[in-house]
Design a protein. Structure first.
Lengths: 209, 209
């Protein structure tokens, strides 16, 4: 409402407003899943619906930003869970996050499926997300294989991709049937992948099988 | 065009027509994915679009029937592949089916994601499909654990569910990035689950790697 422009002020304010909108969208999706309405999100921030489009030109753009935040928070959560910083230790925590935040999980599954269509606006986002996650997880598995914590009779890149696949697949199974204890299945899966599952390791600590 | 009704004749004809429509829908989805149009399907059979609705009242009903056929053919294919009748041996063949029939895989992923919403007309279909598949796969894994072919240090029900999860998850990864060799990852996964991956089992001679 004023024409005075302090250096950096408007930029900072704009960044804050964007953050408010994103946080409101995250909470709305957490509560209502992909059905969260733009009106609800605008109301939470106290702006008009058209004002949202200044920061996020389309509904899809806003929802993808929510998923990105979910990925970031998911990593922090895994670190904070005391499970350590390794992906494989975070598998169980990740399945718990799914069952505790079904709205976000639902958004992820639906957008990811729609984005398999190369014509989808989110196609590139998901392609890059999976590539990035696979690369990061592979490096992590490699480190754990060197440390003797993960079996190394299969390539790290394969272990990483099957780990991401199990997470995606269990998430879908749980949404179709919430009585399935996907955290327990994730625990079985991590045991199968860890060196301890392999008796031969006891004899040769740094190079099993 | 005639009022003469031979006993069983109309029923047989109706079943044949239904089968023709389903087969045409299967082929159309195989070629065009979920975008396959009802007009295209009607044209392949040589009937009008409204005639389709006599056999399949909604587009969703027809598409779910296509997925059901995909499941049935998938099982036959696994048997014919020489991989044997065991689910775990069929994992690699199943991933190959995915990459060779992307249209069908895409339909499956999209409908399955949409059906996670309990309000979706396909919700019950998928819930039952997963429950049925999980039960069947669990029985199969149990039998293979007894035979010493699959490691038995984790519950069969967990192994079955993680197997289904890996298949779903790899399918999604491949659709986001077709350069990923999901058959090779599936091979790694089956090795991790088979007794042969565990040196302590080498004593069981009837089950080579």
């Amino acid at each position: 409402m004023t024409n005075q422009r302090k250096p950096r002020g408007p930029y900072r304010k704009s960044a804050e407003r964007r953050e408010q909108i994103l946080q409101a969208a995250y909470e709305a999706v957490d509560e209502h899943g992909e059905r969260a309405s733009l009106q609800d999100i605008a109301d939470r921030v106290g702006v008009t619906q058209p004002a949202l489009t200044y920061y996020f030109p389309t509904r899809d753009a806003l929802l993808l930003a929510v998923l990105e935040r979910r990925d970031v928070l998911g990593k922090e959560l895994a670190k904070d869970s005391g499970a350590g910083t390794h992906t494989i230790d975070a598998v169980v925590a990740t399945t718990r996050h799914t069952t505790e935040h079904p709205g976000l999980a639902k958004l992820y599954v639906t957008l990811s499926a729609a984005a398999t269509d190369p014509a989808s606006p989110a196609h590139r986002y998901f392609a890059e997300r999976y590539r990035g996650l696979a690369a990061e997880t592979t490096r992590d598995v490699e480190a754990q294989q060197r440390a003797g914590a993960v079996r190394d009779d299969e390539p790290a890149a394969h272990v990483a991709r099957m780990l991401l696949a199990v997470l995606d697949g269990l998430q879908i199974q749980w949404m179709h049937d919430p009585s399935v204890d996907i955290a327990a299945i994730a625990e079985s899966f991590t045991r199968v992948l860890t060196a301890a599952a392999d008796p031969a390791r006891e004899a040769t600590p740094d190079r099993p099988v």
